[in-house]
Design a binder for this molecule. Structure first.
Ligand SMILES: NC(=O)C1=CN([C@@H]2O[C@H](COP(=O)(O)OP(=O)(O)OC[C@H]3O[C@@H](n4cnc5c(N)ncnc54)[C@H](O)[C@@H]3O)[C@@H](O)[C@H]2O)C=CC1
Ligand SMILES: O=C(O)CCC(=O)C(=O)O
Length: 361
């Protein structure tokens, strides 16, 4: 199944979003994810509309050369839809810098060398320093901003992290470095827990060498479904959408949920969590670090000038902190929760651009 949704007319810049390879990808999901990208870019205050693409496949079942052929055929079908100033793909679940390199190479056969047509590329092909870590790093900046509001810091708090791919593993690593205790981690291969805190660098080495969380000596195995309701201060879903629902929301024990995945909480769960007093930091803000550094990559490619990693990370922190305060202002003005504040911020920016262009009905 091949699908690419570009649901946002270009108001402020090209459309932007990741390409997902996953067995459950379908047009409805891609459309919903593209819409989230619209509001996310507006919340981050970067000049993009929303897009997303996907292929219904299980990348884990495909060899490297099969993945390359699939990606090249996909690019042959979409090369006229994407472009530096029209639609700029990036990695999402199941894709990575190598996928972007194949898209770039195939696209260049039709349109000439255009590094800015994709972001999240390998550094050697014009990728930005800091992009690989950016979503996880942004999640950590977002968590710091939220926790500070509540008089807390990462150090000493306990964290449960669902998903140990690009976003989850970087978030875990950076939380561990800041003195946070990551007490539970899961991925598609299983889940592990250690009440004293998991040694994340060791877990990363184990995952790198075995491809799995199984048989890790530094923690006990646990039921992956239990992770979401595991006792902890902060829960960070970093995998699929819809994982928090009416079947498990009432059992969540975390005080804070940082939505690193896209739409991990369904509307019923949102209501249940609000009644329990759980503070939910919404996806369209919490995981916006990825697209924000994608924007920096695109800017660097267009300028032909590479930033150093410190500049990338420092500027990302400024964007994340500014967005958090803008959302909080919305929440105060409209007496609403963080999700409503973030959507109100995003929608009002898109509405302003629409009116300025004279597109009102
Ligand atoms: N990569 C990026 O820059 C961005 C990603 N996101 C979102 O973050 C989430 C994760 O994306 P990536 O880390 O890039 O994907 P990835 O493909 O690198 O990693 C996904 C992880 O989820 C795990 N997983 C899959 N099914 C699971 C299940 N049923 N239970 C537990 N773990 C499961 C996989 O084993 C893997 O560890 C997705 O929702 C994605 O849309 C959001 C913004 C940017
Ligand atoms: O980096 C990007 O352009 C898009 C990242 C993405 O797919 C997302 O934020 O969900």
């Amino acid at each position: 199944m091949l699908d690419l949704e570009c649901n946002m007319i270009m108001l402020v810049g090209p459309m932007k979003g990741g390409i997902r390879y996953h067995p459950e990808v379908d047009p409805d999901e891609v459309n919903a994810l593209a819409q989230l990208m619209t509001w996310k870019s507006a919340v981050a205050d970067i000049p993009y509309g929303g897009a997303k693409g996907g292929i219904g496949c299980n990348p884990g079942d495909l060899s490297k050369s099969e993945l390359e052929r699939l990606t090249r055929v996909f690019t042959q079908k979409i090369h006229d839809l994407i472009g530096v100033h029209t639609d700029v793909p990036a990695p999402d679940m199941g894709t990575n810098a190598q996928t972007m390199a194949w898209i770039l190479d195939e696209y260049s056969k039709f349109h000439g060398h255009s590094p800015a047509v994709v972001t999240g590329k390998p550094i050697d092909l014009g990728g930005s320093l800091g992009r690989e870590a950016a979503t996880g790093r942004g999640v950590v900046f977002a968590a710091e901003a939220l926790l500070a509001e509540h008089g807390k810091a990462i150090k000493g708090l306990t964290f449960a992290i669902q998903g140990f791919g690009n976003v989850g593993s970087w978030a875990a690593k950076l939380i561990h470095e800041r003195g946070g205790k990551v007490i539970a981690v899961s991925d598609i291969t299983g889940a592990v827990k250690n009440p004293n805190g998991i040694d994340i660098p060791e877990l990363l080495r184990h995952k790198e060498s075995t491809g799995s969380l199984k048989d890790f000596q530094g923690a006990d195995s646990m039921d992956a479904n239990e992770l979401l309701v595991h006792k902890c201060d902060v829960l960070i879903p970093c995998a699929l959408g819809g994982v928090l629902h009416r079947g498990n929301a009432a059992d969540v024990k975390a005080k804070f949920i940082i939505e690193a995945a896209n739409h991990p909480t369904d509307p019923e769960a949102d209501e249940i969590l609000a009644k329990k007093g759980v503070v939910v930091l919404p996806d369209i803000y919490a995981n916006s670090g990825g697209v924000t550094v994608s924007y920096f990559e695109w800017v660097q490619n267009i300028q032909g000038f590479m930033w150093d990693e410190q500049q990338v990370n420092r500027t990302l922190q400024n964007y994340m902190t500014r967005a958090f305060h803008n959302i909080k202002n919305m929440c105060q003005t409209h007496d609403c929760n963080l999700r409503m504040g973030a959507f109100t911020l995003g929608v009002s920016r898109v509405a302003r651009a629409t009116l300025l262009r004279g597109w009102e009905a």
